[in-house]
Design a protein around this ligand. Structure first.
Ligand SMILES: [Zn+2]
Length: 61
């Protein structure tokens, strides 16, 4: 999993979100939409765009 920062719409702070706080994740064409609970207790969603090459599999030459 991953951690990332999120600008919370409830407490108006940039919070560091840990994987343990994430309650759900949905893959979309634009990336992964994650739902989580902020440190302040507010439910939040964030769209994590898929970075180029992120899903590239390592291939042994
Ligand atoms: Zn918050």
């Amino acid at each position: 999993m991953f951690m990332f920062t999120h600008d919370c719409s409830a407490c108006d702070r940039t919070q560091l979100i840990f994987p343990s706080m994430i309650t759900g994740a949905t893959r979309t064409d634009a990336g992964t939409q994650v739902t989580f609970e902020c440190w302040c207790g507010a439910p939040q969603t964030a769209l994590r765009s898929a970075a180029k090459g992120e899903n590239r599999e390592m291939v042994a030459a």
